[in-house]
Design a binder for this molecule. Structure first.
Ligand SMILES: C[S@@+](CC[C@H](N)C(=O)[O-])C[C@H]1O[C@@H](n2cnc3c(N)ncnc32)[C@H](O)[C@@H]1O
Length: 249
C-alpha cells in the first residue's frame, strides 16, 4: 500500500512530540545496559532516527521498498547515523534474525495485518526476538462502534508556495474497517496532485488481545491508551499500547 504514498507518509507522520513520547516510553521500559532496539515495520525511520540521536542502536525491518528508499535518503542526509542503524527487508510473520533485543518495537503494524492468524504469527516473531529481561512495545486498535467517520484533515504542511494536506476518513464493509487516506498538493489555489489509498484496519477487542497473547508466550505487563502514558481503559480507549514480556521469565 505504501508504493504511492511512501514519500507523503514521512512528510506528515509522527510529530516531534509523538517521537519524544515514544522514545521516552522506550527509555522508561528498557532495563538492559545495552541500548539496542529491534524496530519491526520501521517505515521511513522516524522513530529509529530519533532513537539513534539518543544513543540507541537500532535494527529496522521494513518490507516496503518505497519506505526503505525514503529511509535511505534520510540516512544519506545524516551520515553520522551510519554505525547506529541497520535496515533490512523482512516480514514480521516470518522474521527470524537469530538475535535477541532488550526492546522490540512494533508500532502501527499489527492492525495492518489481515487476520488473527497473521497477528499470532507476528506476536510469535516478536516473542522469539525478545532477550532475557527484554520487553516488546506493540499497539492495537480496539474495536468500538462501526460508524462512518467523515473526511477529516489530519496533517498540513506548507512548503514555499505549495501546501500539502493529509485527510483521513473511514467506513465499515461488514465488520471490516476501511480507512481512506487522501494526500493533496495545492499550488496557486489549485490541487495539482492527489493520491488516495484505502487500507483495512484490523480491530481487536481487549479480550481477543489477551487470548492471542496467551497463545504466543507473551504476557502484558503494562497497558496504555497512548504513548503519553495515559492508562488504558477497557470501556473507553480506542487504542492500546501494550508492554509485553516473555511468559517464561
Ligand atoms: C503505519 S506504518 C508505521 C511505521 C512506523 N512503525 C511508525 O510507527 O512510524 C506501517 C509500516 O508497517 C509496515 N508493514 C506492513 N506490513 C508488515 C509486515 N507484515 N511486516 C513488517 N512490516 C509491515 C509497512 O510497510 C509500513 O512501513
Amino acid at each position: 500500500m505504501y508504493h504511492q504514498i511512501g514519500h507523503f507518509y514521512s512528510f506528515f507522520e509522527t510529530s516531534e512530540s509523538d517521537l519524544d513520547q515514544i522514545s521516552q516510553l522506550i527509555v522508561n521500559t528498557i532495563t538492559s545496559e545495552s541500548k539496542a532496539v529491534l524496530d519491526i515495520g520501521s517505515g521511513p525511520g522516524d522513530i529509529a532516527l530519533q532513537l539513534a540521536r539518543r544513543g540507541f542502536t537500532i535494527t529496522c525491518v521494513e518490507p516496503s521498498p518505497s519506505m526503505r528508499s525514503v529511509f535511505l535518503s534520510r540516512l544519506n542526509d545524516e551520515r553520522s547515523m551510519d554505525p547506529k542503524i541497520t535496515l533490512l527487508p523482512g516480514n514480521i510473520e516470518t522474521l527470524d534474525l537469530k538475535q535477541h533485543y532488550p526492546i522490540v518495537l512494533v508500532r502501527s503494524v499489527l492492525f495492518l495485518l489481515k487476520d488473527l492468524g497473521q497477528q499470532i504469527r507476528a506476536l510469535r516473531s516478536i516473542q522469539r526476538h525478545i532477550g532475557v529481561n527484554g520487553k516488546a512495545i506493540a499497539n492495537f486498535v480496539i474495536k468500538r462502534d462501526t460508524k462512518f467517520k467523515e473526511k477529516k484533515l489530519i496533517g498540513r504542511r506548507t512548503l514555499g508556495e505549495s501546501e500539502y494536506l493529509h485527510y483521513s476518513q473511514s467506513r465499515y464493509e461488514g465488520n471490516v474497517k476501511i480507512v481512506t487516506w487522501i494526500f493533496e498538493m495545492w499550488h496557486q489555489g489549485k490541487c495539482i496532485e492527489s493520491h488516495k489509498e484505502d487500507f483495512r484496519v484490523l480491530e481487536n477487542s481487549f479480550e481477543e488481545i489477551k487470548c492471542i497473547l496467551d497463545q504466543t508466550g507473551l504476557r502484558m505487563i503494562d497497558s496504555y491508551e497512548n504513548f503519553s502514558g495515559k492508562n488504558f481503559s477497557t470501556d473507553r480507549s480506542e487504542s492500546l499500547i501494550a508492554v509485553l514480556e516473555n511468559k517464561a521469565l
